[in-house]
Write a protein that binds this ligand. Structure first.
Ligand SMILES: Nc1nc2c(c(=O)[nH]1)N[C@H]1C(S)=C(S)[C@@H](COP(=O)(O)OP(=O)(O)OC[C@H]3O[C@@H](n4cnc5c(=O)[nH]c(N)nc54)[C@H](O)[C@@H]3O)O[C@H]1N2
Ligand SMILES: Nc1nc2c(c(=O)[nH]1)N[C@H]1C(S)=C(S)[C@@H](COP(=O)(O)OP(=O)(O)OC[C@H]3O[C@@H](n4cnc5c(=O)[nH]c(N)nc54)[C@H](O)[C@@H]3O)O[C@H]1N2
Ligand code: SF4
Ligand SMILES: [Mo]
Length: 741
């Protein structure tokens, strides 16, 4: 059956409800009807257009059903290896973005002081002229490199090309220094290469899966959730380390409610047990690793009893879970996590996880870390950009961040702020990233933005960052546009195509067109010779020997599964300089950092305060879906999780459902947010789903709903190894919300 009832949708979507992904679409027409299962009122399209999703960055394959010019339903594409016929709730609810009444509809030009969010609608010609003038003025005064691009999302490729021909290397995404950066640095130091996205892990065949704050099931990366459900179905067991009893913890054999920020101590104690009891893969390590003796010496004495007072986890639990994890090796997967910028020691924590994976012999093994491959695609034949460019703006700072392998979005922001005069960043192009919510310390972002000569935002919704722009360009949503081909590394290499299902609404335009017109506006039109995105991808596809008609018909063409190294009788893929897994990192030692992770206790907050933790809800992606009326039904706003005993002990005790205000250590106060009083979290922290508490006046639905983690993140701790911004270093008090009469 293709239809899915609202009730079933909510069951799958709601926290606590397990890990299955949604097998089919939902529609705008019957969504919102309460009560019993409703028959699908005929949402099959007259046409079905294969494309891929942009509700998050996993980019699952979708089939968009179109009837009478409207998208009526979106289902998972069975031919796409990342969706395998299923979507997560957000992908199924993407029509809520397409038909969001608050979408950006026409180009806007600022009509008042910057930041006052007052705009005038103008024609595309007028808006593009302004962009051309703004950028050329900055180039004339400060050089091309003074322009930065912030980008997140697949459509960013057109703007990265713009930057290349414009001549600036300053391209950053918050998905690095605010997300997976520490992990990438750690795996590079240990195995020689970053993991990238989608992660090359074999959840499907693992027998024990260890999740360290990786809350799969709430974090809804579709393929991983599907594989987790399959693995659990086949008898795989979970070990979950989380201060909060997550959805995954509810399915786990062991839940270790670790004190936030102390995972390194726990990991060292696990390694102590595995080493002392000789439960590691000695043969594998002898062949492929270096530094085992140093590691043994390092973890000596770091017993579960040592870790107990540091982590709050009972020694028997540490010991038993360590044995359990080791017993399943090598099909014992320590999930590498993804959002790893927590407390500033994040590269070291991720290193400890990478080292544990090596002790288990799971790198390059079935049920552990796998080999992946990508379809190699021909480029579009185009004139190469001329001239040399200065290094990226965060490079002077990277003297201190030698292991960072991408530009830091936070570094670009620093380089823009007065007082950080190492570089003159004077203009920002912001594509599909709401920097006011995604960079820490919004007060610093505002300072940076106030100092800019020019800011253009390209978005689909009037997000907070748009309110600070000089020019706002309305992009067509992904369901209304073609984009470049996707060919990420995966177990089965594949190529996927994004195709417009319907015409752009209002006066919105696709990114490829906007980038090309921006190119013309600055005199670089010759570098954008393609007629449109369709001609661009067809040229690439044909030159790569692909059958374009079949690609268009199926949406994705997948190759054969990559053989594992075991199947090939080959060693695991290790690309460090020594050719060995670095249990002990000579590179870190050379740079003056601990060559093997050591535990440093996290700083405590003011008395009576709780450490603020954050995460995801299954039906939302950060702040980008908060205004989506379909996805708001199952989850209309975030709530603050607080431990039941702690809530009772507050000066003004808080009951479940009460509205409270959160006040952080710097006096910043959130809007009223509902309290979820629960046994499912430790008493020293509280938890919010990120992406709420919008302030943008154009987000008429989301504005003022829930509490903003970003506003409360006035502090952050920089990871000295790669420059990531640890954000779980803020503390809040709870105050009763002023009651309205
Ligand atoms: N406080 C705090 N900060 C965080 C995090 C956290 O948990 N807490 N998480 C971090 C993580 S893991 C990440 S990856 C980053 C994510 O940070 P971002 O990438 O900035 O994500 P969003 O905040 O959702 O902003 C996405 C913007 O893209 C717009 N958009 C959506 N679709 C399109 C499209 O098709 N075209 C265009 N042009 N625009 C589009 C949306 O309207 C929205 O304004 O944030 C990081 N920052
Ligand atoms: N539905 C949905 N899914 C998503 C996203 C989304 O926005 N919505 N975003 C995607 C993206 S870009 C990313 S990066 C990932 C993020 O998802 P994850 O990689 O899973 O990372 P986090 O959001 O940091 O994980 C939050 C969990 O870590 C726990 N935690 C907090 N502090 C600590 C600590 O000190 N120690 C331990 N052990 N645990 C701790 C929290 O209680 C919470 O359960 O999700 C992806 N999937
Ligand atoms: S995981 Fe969900 S939101 Fe992300 S791409 Fe896949 S279907 Fe879309
Ligand atoms: Mo992320």
């Amino acid at each position: 059956m293709d239809a899915i009832t609202r009730r079933k949708f909510i069951q799958i979507g709601a926290a606590g409800a397990g890990v299955a992904a949604v097998g089919s679409g939902l529609t705008t027409r019957w969504w919102g009807l309460d009560g019993d299962p409703v028959e699908d009122p005929g949402t099959e399209g007259d046409r079905v257009v294969p494309t891929f999703c942009e509700l998050c960055f996993w980019n699952c394959g979708q089939l968009a059903h179109v009837k009478d010019g409207r998208v009526t339903k979106i289902t998972g594409n069975p031919d796409h290896p990342l969706s395998r016929g299923m979507l997560c709730p957000r992908g199924a609810g993407a029509t809520g973005l397409l038909y969001d009444p608050d979408r950006l509809k026409r180009p806007l030009v600022r009509a008042s002081k910057r930041g006052e969010d007052v705009f005038q609608e103008v024609s595309w010609d007028a808006a593009l002229n302004k962009v051309g003038e703004g950028l050329l003025r900055v180039k004339a005064r400060h050089g091309a490199e003074a322009v930065a691009l912030f980008t997140h999302g697949f459509g960013g490729s057109w703007f990265k090309w713009f930057m290349k021909v414009w001549g600036s290397p300053n391209i950053g995404a918050p998905s690095y220094a605010q997300c997976r950066g520490p992990r990438e640095a750690a795996y590079t130091l240990t195995y020689g290469a970053p993991l990238g996205s989608p992660e090359p892990i074999d959840i499907e065949n693992a027998r024990v899966i260890t999740l360290i704050g990786s809350h799969l099931g709430e974090n809804m990366h579709n393929t991983q959730v599907q594989e987790l459900a399959d693995a659990v179905g086949k008898g795989a067991q979970l070990v979950v380390v989380d201060p909060r009893f997550s959805v995954a913890a509810g399915k786990a054999r062991y839940w270790l409610p670790v004190k936030p920020g102390t995972d390194v101590a726990l990991l060292l104690a696990w390694m102590n047990v595995i080493v002392e009891e000789k439960r590691y893969d000695a043969e594998y390590l002898a062949k492929y690793a270096t530094g085992l003796d140093e590691l043994k010496a390092h973890v000596a004495g770091k017993t579960p009893e040592w870790a107990w007072p540091l982590t709050g986890v009972r020694p028997e639990l540490i010991r038993e879970s360590a044995r359990f994890i080791a017993a399943a090796r090598p099909a014992s997967l320590v999930h590498p996590g993804r959002h790893t910028t927590w407390t500033g020691d994040d590269t070291q924590r991720a290193r400890a996880m990478a080292i544990l994976a090596a002790l288990l012999g799971s790198w390059g093994r079935r049920g552990g870390y796998l080999s992946t491959g990508a379809v190699s695609l021909a480029g579009y034949p185009v004139q190469a950009p001329a001239g040399a460019v200065r290094p990226a703006a965060d490079k002077p700072k990277q003297g201190g961040y030698p292991v960072a392998d991408e530009v830091l979005a936070s570094g670009l922001c620093d380089a823009t702020r007065p007082g950080f005069a190492m570089y003159d960043m004077k203009a920002w192009i912001v594509y599909g990233t709401n920097l006011m919510q995604s960079l820490p310390a919004p007060q610093e972002t505002v300072k940076a933005v106030q100092g800019l000569d020019f800011l253009v935002a390209i978005d689909v919704l009037p997000a907070e960052i748009c309110g600070w722009a000089d020019v706002v360009l309305p992009e067509a949503t992904y369901l209304e546009r073609d984009d470049d081909l996707a060919a990420p590394r995966w177990k089965t290499p594949f190529v996927a195509i994004r195709q417009a299902a319907v015409e752009p609404l209002y006066d919105s335009r696709p990114g490829w067109w906007i980038a090309k017109e921006m190119g013309k506006a600055v005199g670089l039109g010759a570098h954008f010779p393609w007629k449109d995105a369709a001609e661009f991808v067809e040229t690439r596809a044909r030159a790569s020997g692909l059958d374009v008609a079949e690609l268009r018909r199926k949406g994705a063409l997948a190759g054969k599964r990559i053989a594992t190294c075991e199947e090939e009788g080959a060693p695991p893929p290790i690309s460090t300089e020594s050719g060995k897994i670095q249990l002990h990192s000579a590179e870190l030692a050379k740079l003056g950092f601990d060559p093997i992770p050591s535990f440093y206790p996290p700083e405590e907050g003011p008395p009576g305060s709780f450490r603020l933790l954050m995460g995801r809800a299954p039906t939302h992606t950060f702040g980008r879906t908060a205004n989506n009326r379909l996805l708001a039904e199952p989850y209309p706003e975030n709530e603050v999780w607080i431990n039941a005993d702690a809530a009772r002990a507050l000066p003004t005790p808080v009951r479940n459902g009460d509205r409270v205000m959160l006040v952080n250590q710097d006096g910043v106060k959130s809007g009223p947010v509902r309290a979820k009083v629960t046994e499912r979290i430790r008493g020293d922290c509280v938890y919010l789903v990120h992406g709420w508490g919008h302030t943008a006046r154009g987000l008429r639905y989301a504005r003022g709903r829930g509490a903003s983690t970003s506003a409360l993140t006035t502090r952050y701790k920089v990871d000295p190894i790669m420059g990531g911004t640890g954000m779980n270093v803020n503390f809040v008090r709870l105050e009763p919300a002023e009651r309205s009469a």
